[in-house]
Design a protein around this ligand. Structure first.
Ligand code: HEM
Length: 442
């Protein structure tokens, strides 16, 4: 179907948590609920809706958001009619655990090793609260807790607290949350002035996407419109293994930092190799106007930023790759969980720490699943079929080529630095859709 490009985005209906950037610093909670009784589930939605902000009502000066997502099993548990359930895409209907082979969730990442209840049919509803500090979070999340009071058919089954580190770095010690796409019609700026804003239909259902079509949306229209999909994954990080590997491959600390930057594609400060290939530039790393203002056009040999570096794989920008980059973009909302491993420690302390990875986009198949399958776990698209993402792909014995002069550097035997402990695919309905769900009379 051809779209009407003049239609404006209904910002007052789209949940703020889907499109608004997270606060910096941040503290937050992800809570999973099981809906044992559809009437109690609907009552919970009715109670929560007044506290969910939309993109239009979100106040960037007080960036607090409470958002609600539902898995396919959750929609079923609410009593959504069969003919409506059948209109959701197959990968969403199957859920993340059933997509394990597609996602590379094998070996120690396989669903049978996931933290319970992740991967089970009990994961129904996810409430995510994010705020700049604990006081504001408590105020926002209190509503979610109060909404649960006296609802015996709704059971909290899992919770994860997330929090930015004091230095705002992720667990591997890198600045995070830098690169974001601009989305047409949202008024939320992107971070790369050289990237043309993406069509809204890439991130919100009911609008024209990058293929100039209106993609099919879940039915009835009131349920699908202004909704989107979110993927969350609890990614445990092996920080000691990362530090040990760098130590083992480098002759000194300076070379360790160089290797770490080549693996990620940015120095720890966030400064991109594309702009400062030879040394870190912390001022550039901390400058949001310039730290993402680049393309790879003048680096077609990968001498500045390797083709296989995490950020270049995840967003090849204008690099020559197999495929159309703009069809595989994502909004990310990753947050740290656990306590950082103290600086300099090379031994694993057994603590659970990592990234609660969160993807938002309207196309699970050609965005998240494609990226995970082709760009994280394969290397054909950049001409290195034997290589995977050196930072986040999750298998041992990996390889990574660093183009360099006079001779390239070839790293071997990279152990897994990231392990998936489980996750799920969620639908993030618009606010009208949530009311429709709350009013179901099936
Ligand atoms: C523990 C796991 C991960 C860590 C530590 C990590 C770390 C990072 C870092 C440090 C950056 C650069 C800063 C930024 O732009 O925010 C980045 C960028 C990015 N990551 Fe990850 N990441 C992880 C997992 C993933 C996964 C699983 C995906 C996709 C399936 C992904 C997709 C991206 C994308 C799309 C970008 C932005 C690329 C760009 O536009 O330049 N990341 N990540």
């Amino acid at each position: 179907m051809t779209a009407n490009p003049t239609v404006a985005l209904e910002l007052d209906d789209i949940q703020a948590g889907a499109l608004q950037p997270r606060p910096v610093p941040y503290t937050g909670v992800y809570q999973i609920l099981r809906l044992d009784d559809r009437h109690a589930g609907r009552e919970l939605l009715r109670r929560l809706i007044p506290y969910l902000n939309s993109v239009a009502s979100f106040d960037p000066k007080v960036p607090v958001s409470l958002a609600v997502g539902l898995s396919f099993q959750g929609l079923k548990a609410l009593g959504v009619p069969e003919e409506s359930l059948a209109t959701f895409p197959p990968e969403f209907q199957q859920g993340m655990a059933a997509r394990a082979a597609e996602l590379g969730d094998v070996g120690e990442n396989a669903p049978e090793h996931w933290e319970k209840p992740l991967g089970s049919k009990d994961v129904h509803l996810v409430v995510a609260g994010l705020a700049p500090d604990a006081v504001l979070l408590e105020a926002a999340f209190r509503y979610a807790l109060e909404a649960l009071r006296d609802l015996s058919g709704v059971v909290p089954i899992w919770q994860l607290e997330v929090q930015s580190a004091a230095d705002l770095r992720n667990m591997f010690g890198f600045a995070d949350g830098i690169s974001h796409p601009a989305v047409e019609g949202t008024g939320i700026p992107g971070t790369n002035p050289y990237e043309v804003p993406l069509k809204a239909g890439e991130f919100v259902l009911g609008y024209e996407d990058e293929t100039y079509n209106l993609p099919p949306i879940p039915q009835p229209e009131v349920l699908g419109r202004n909704g989107t999909y979110a993927v969350f994954r609890k990614l445990h990080t092996r920080v000691a293994a990362f530090r040990q590997y760098l130590r083992q491959c480098a002759k000194d600390r300076a070379e360790e930092e160089w290797l770490a930057a080549k693996i990620v594609g940015r120095w720890r400060s966030g400064a991109p190799l594309a702009l400062t290939p030879d040394k870190d530039d912390p001022e550039l790393g901390a400058d949001p106007k310039h730290n993402n203002a680049f393309m790879f056009g003048d680096d077609q040999r990968g001498l500045k930023c390797p083709f296989g570096a995490h950020v270049r794989r995840m967003n090849p920008r204008d690099s020559v790759v197999i495929g159309a980059v703009r069809l595989h973009r994502m909004i990310r909302r990753g947050t740290n969980y656990g306590q950082p491993l103290p600086p300099g420690v090379l031994e694993d302390d057994g603590a659970d720490r990592g990234l609660l990875f969160a993807f938002v986009g309207a196309h699970l198949d050609r965005q998240f699943e494609f990226i995970q399958r082709e760009w994280v776990n394969d290397g054909k698209f950049i001409g290195t079929p034997a290589e995977k993402d050196p930072l986040v792909s999750s298998s041992d014995g990996r390889e990574f080529t660093i183009p360099n002069q006079p001779i390239r550097r070839h790293l071997k035997g990279l152990p897994a630095f990231v392990v998936n402990r489980g996750g799920e695919y969620c639908f993030i309905p618009g606010l009208r859709a949530l009311r429709w769900l709350a009013d179901l009379d099936t």
